[in-house]
Design a protein around this ligand. Structure first.
Ligand code: BYC
Ligand code: FE
Ligand code: FE
Length: 496
């Protein structure tokens, strides 16, 4: 494992794997013995050029010929799964990598708990399973589309490289889901695989499936917030799907989680380094009041209240990705054994939840109340709660940086119901502290809570490219260390 990832504890890969060779001789690198299944190979080979066309059209704009210092997965063994080297992105070896089979694995939850896991699609759950795989797959290219213009304003070559690393791996995650669709779902799987290349983030007539993936990622602060908060939805959903009774999905997701750790690292350290630059500049200028926004912005750094508003936006749209807190879809995904809870195998209840309750916050008669709901129907709510807890670690580390600088400010998570469009809180106006507001109060105040026009204008003024090796934009501190033990002034991207 590369050093960068050991800095965060997000690596959720189940470590009971023996080494499985990845075959790099095939056009499509894989550890699933692709060459022995001619029909599958043909289907993937006919999808491949369409994928490359999509990548060239919708992938990183303007850097397709640059040599980028990228890691490529060469195995699924946690001890040494990646190699690093310069690659032009369209030549990246996107492969199909499954974590090794766990012998004797049984379905961990729901009505089939304890039965052997499925190696083939269970007929009665076919459409539900296909839907889960398509929704998961759809988010991967969507994020690449959202981030495609960011290379141009990268605050350093180090950050640019990290952006492109995330992008190629999200591309690989699309391959992972397309493999499942094409191998296990016949003709309609092939159609879904094609449709995954046709939807477009933010496009009115054929948008991506989930809300957050149609929002803009217009600047680097959004990118870091996205990789911290939205890739963390990826972590939680992949962890839940890694518990799937459909074993090929479980194995795909387990390996994807290994890659995900780096995406979360990019987000956490990106925001962290932004905070560091702000605090350093404030201390140097003798400014202690975090709300002295005008003076702080003059220093060419991002004021902390603006960062809080950016965080509020990304947290709230990401919470919507968990679906309705109370959901019959959620109940059925769990009961069927297709999707578990976070850390399902480590939980000590009956894993069936027939007669248990779970507390859900709802809006009843204009008030927020905590109510018991059947645990099965509240499965989405539970994953959201686990997600919010998981978000807090990095926020605490950000706050330590602020505290150490002697500045009185804390980044916080807004109330769960703030700015929601899906689920229990949709249609209500709720402040970050959890007050239910009238439409007029919301309209008067939301510019204090979500990025406003002047914030966006200021951020835009900061987004100037810094493309010399070893140079970092004023608003972001250099990292503590480089990638794969390279120095921080390494030429991570050779722009042609
Ligand atoms: N926007 O019962 P409901 C990642 C739809 S991120 C728009 O409330 P359900 C990544 C829903 O689809 C992880 N529509 O919720 C991160 C359904 O529509 P249909 C992605 C939404 O179904 C960064 C209807 O509302 N993976 O990997 O229990 C970079 C009623 O649904 C939204 C997954 O999500 C929304 N926010 O749960 C790159 C895992 N929310 O079917 C990658 C797979 C709900 O009636 N997906 N709807 O037309 C799932 O587990 C579930 O589909 C969801 C929704 C949790 C998303
Ligand atoms: Fe992903
Ligand atoms: Fe990711």
């Amino acid at each position: 494992m590369s050093q960068e990832d050991t800095l965060v504890e997000d690596n959720a890969m189940v470590n009971n794997d023996k080494f499985v060779e990845v075959n790099y001789d095939d056009a499509i690198p894989n550890n699933v013995d692709l060459s022995s299944d001619r029909q599958l190979l043909r289907a993937l080979e006919s999808w491949h050029p369409n994928y490359i066309d999509w990548w060239k059209d919708m992938g990183p704009d303007g850097f397709q010929n640059a040599d980028v210092y990228l890691r490529t997965a060469v195995g699924v063994d946690p001890a040494g799964w990646a190699k690093f080297g310069y690659v032009k992105m369209p030549n990246y070896r996107w492969g199909i990598l499954l974590a090794p089979k766990v012998e004797g694995r049984t379905i961990p939850c729901g009505r089939h708990k304890g039965e052997p896991v499925w190696q083939e699609v269970p007929g009665e759950y076919r459409s539900l399973l296909r839907r889960l795989i398509v929704v998961q797959g759809d988010t991967e290219p969507a994020s690449v589309e959202q981030q495609r213009f960011l290379g141009k304003t990268a605050p350093s070559l180090y950050d640019m490289r990290n952006l492109f690393q995330v992008n190629v791996e999200e591309g690989r995650h699309l391959w992972a889901m397309v493999y499942l669709l094409v191998k296990h779902f016949g003709k309609d799987g092939r159609e879904e695989a094609q449709a995954l290349l046709e939807r477009r983030s933010g496009q009115q007539d054929n948008p991506r499936i989930l809300g957050a993936f149609n929002e803009l990622t217009p600047d680097w602060l959004s990118f870091f917030m996205f990789t911290y908060f939205t890739d963390r939805d990826g972590k939680m959903q992949l962890a839940a799907l890694a518990e799937s009774g459909f074993d090929p999905l479980s194995r795909s997701c387990r390996f994807m989680l290994t890659e995900e750790a780096h995406h979360l690292f990019v987000g956490e350290t990106g925001v962290g380094r932004t905070i560091e630059a702000t605090c350093n500049a404030m201390v140097k200028a003798g400014i202690t009041d975090a709300n002295d926004v005008e003076a702080i912005r003059k220093l060419g750094v991002v004021d902390l209240p603006l960062l809080q508003r950016k965080a509020n936006f990304h947290m709230s749209v990401t919470r919507d990705l968990f679906g309705s807190e109370i959901s019959s879809n959620g109940a059925e995904s769990f009961s069927s054994g297709l999707k578990g809870r976070f850390n399902e195998a480590k939980l000590t209840d009956d894993h069936q939840l027939q007669d248990t309750n779970y507390t859900v916050t709802r809006v009843v008669d204009g008030k927020l109340v905590d109510e018991d709901a059947p645990a099965l129907r509240a499965i989405n709510c539970r994953l959201l709660d686990d997600y919010m807890a998981d978000c807090q670690g990095g926020i605490d580390r950000w706050n330590k940086t602020i505290e150490k600088a002697g500045i009185n400010f804390k980044i916080t998570q807004p109330h769960k119901g703030f700015n929601r469009r899906i689920g229990e809180f949709a249609g209500h106006r709720i402040s970050p502290t959890g007050a239910i507001l009238s439409e007029a109060d919301w309209a008067a105040q939301n510019g204090n809570w979500l990025p406003n026009a002047s914030d966006m204008e200021f951020i835009n003024s900061l987004m100037k490219p810094c493309h010399e090796a070893g140079q970092y934009a004023s608003w972001i501190a250099p990292p503590r260390m480089g990638i794969n033990q390279q120095p921080v002034d390494y030429e991570y991207v050779k722009i042609d």
